[in-house]
Design a protein around this ligand. Sequence first.
Ligand code: ADP
Ligand code: ADP
Length: 224
Amino acid sequence: MIQMKNVSKIYTIGNEELYALNRATLTINDGEFVAIIGPSGSGKSTLMNIIGCLDTADDGKYLLDGQAIEDYTEDELTRIRNFKIGFVFQNFNLLPKNTALENVELPLIYQGISRKECRERAENALIRMGLSERMDHRPSELSGGQQQRVAIARAIVTSPSLILADEPTGNLDHKTGVEILELFKELHANGNTIVLITHDDGIAQKAERRLRILDGQVTEDTAS
Ligand code: ADP
Ligand code: ADP
């Protein structure tokens, strides 16, 4: 699904060049659950943004489903970001004035699906996340763990083949983080490909494979 060869991303700050990614090479196959682990500043978010087609590499090759990323049209990339990939972020990124149900419906409304089907699918996603009693709550009325479960419901409601999660447990206490990881494991068991970014070794151990990033390079690839 994801193939990267010698991918570099360079930021120019003043007259200094900073390699956020420095010839990173990796392959992630359909159906894998991979944790990308590394310290702060090692290039994890940059890597996730490139994998998720939110940003582009300055050098190297990125193939998504066998096709070079530069060969996709802008429209195709928008479709990939909206329908093929489900994003989960550290700070949940929920709309504060909308209910859990409305937040989860949103990606489907963008797809032009009927109101009735949007509602049904959003309700089902929230039920899967154990939030049947919380659908009409606003984010401020939910705990951090519940907010992240709403965000995961929003990520899966479009049935994406790939879920990209950037430090999804970073704002949660340990116990809640472990519960969120169990949800990702269930999604994986149901066939989703999951790429999870973390700086937490304990969290990374729950994935079936770990890629360690250091100074913009993949330095270790271990399967459990
Ligand atoms: P991580 O997610 O592992 O913390 P990042 O991918 O966010 O790492 O960052 C990798 C390196 O690139 C860091 O040194 C960071 O400061 C730098 N960096 C990231 N984004 C930018 C940017 N927009 N402009 C300049 N430098 C950046
Ligand atoms: P961090 O990795 O510092 O915790 P976030 O997880 O909030 O930051 O975001 C990671 C990256 O994804 C950032 O570069 C940000 O610009 C981008 N991003 C955040 N939210 C969205 C979104 N809703 N859609 C697209 N890109 C986003």
